[in-house]
Write a protein that binds this ligand. Structure first.
Ligand code: AMP
Ligand code: ZN
Ligand code: FE
Ligand code: FE
Length: 279
């Protein structure tokens, strides 16, 4: 059976409530999904409650934005519970960093002539991890743009006119904190890391030494040939080839839980191998 180990809910920047995410994943016939909201575990309790009546397993998770020698990497952490713990405590600091950054981004946008307030932004957020997608939603609602993606092109994206840095963990810190919290890590959508092939492999090897468990080979936006190549690299390096859709509800149109753009299947052995690596 298939799984999906990268899914967002309205606890961060997805648009479906956690219970709706679980119902859709169950309807898609998946054996398990990992809820991996950005910087928050606040959707886990509701997702778990919803899973009780369904034939689907929930893996608690979170997606982190980390830095490694100047490269920006997204790191998925699995089997981290919404209870106090080393990673969990750090997530609260990361969310505070988001709140500070959002205020600066809104000020920047105001200076650029876009009229919007933090309240406009917060109306689009369903949880405690507010970010650029919600600012994009507010810009769309005000009629400045047509969709989230347009807001990232010249305004909110890296190097955009209203781009503001935020505090990030290093990859090594994220892996260590996750291990100390009983979890395992996988590098999300490796192709979005802005380095060449040999450097990418070098990053996998370096982070494997600090306890990295996997790389997300089966990703919805990776072409099928790339998925196979990354799965082979994972196997070469003794890492788990994980996979996920990065479902965001209507935040990423035409992207489905489990099947991505229609051609994605993630084997449940990926989850079994991650379970075997729990500290
Ligand atoms: P933030 O968490 O505030 O740093 O915003 C980053 C998030 O915005 C990513 O994790 C994606 O979910 C979303 N995002 C990034 N680029 C785009 C894009 N081009 N279109 C739509 N959403 C995007
Ligand atoms: Zn997101
Ligand atoms: Fe990501
Ligand atoms: Fe994601």
């Amino acid at each position: 059976m298939a799984v999906d180990l990268h899914v967002h809910s309205a606890a961060s920047d997805g648009t479906d409530a956690p219970a709706v995410v679980m119902a859709k994943a169950d309807a898609a016939g998946l054996r398990a999904i990992a809820l991996t909201d950005h910087d928050t575990l606040s959707g886990i309790a509701a997702a778990r409650t919803a899973a009780v009546g369904l034939a689907i397993e929930l893996v608690p998770g979170v997606e982190l934005s980390v830095d490694h020698a100047g490269a920006k990497i997204h790191m998925l952490a699995y089997f981290v519970e919404p209870t106090p713990g080393p990673l969990q405590d750090r997530l609260a600091m990361l969310r505070a960093g988001r709140a500070d950054r959002n205020v600066v981004i809104v000020e920047r946008l105001n200076q650029l002539g876009y009229s919007l307030t933090m309240d406009d932004v917060l109306r689009h957020a369903g949880g405690d991890a507010v970010g650029r997608p919600h600012i994009a939603d507010a810009l769309v609602e005000a009629g400045y743009l047509d969709n989230r993606s347009e807001a990232f092109v010249s305004l909110l994206g890296d190097g955009g006119r209203a781009y503001v840095e935020r505090t990030r963990l290093t990859a090594t810190e994220a892996i260590r904190l996750t291990t100390e919290s009983g979890g395992v890590t996988s590098i999300a959508h490796p192709l979005t890391i802005n380095v060449d092939g040999p450097s990418l492999r070098g990053i996998f090897e370096e982070l494997r030494e600090t306890g990295l468990s996997g790389i997300e080979a089966y990703y919805s936006e990776h072409p099928p040939a790339i998925r196979s190549q990354l799965a082979e690299v994972a196997s070469d390096l003794g890492l788990v080839a994980t996979g996920g859709s990065d479902y965001h509800g209507s935040g990423k149109p035409d992207l489905h839980i489990g099947s991505g753009r229609g051609d994605l299947t993630i084997p449940d052995t990926a989850l079994e191998e991650l379970v075997a690596r729990r500290p």
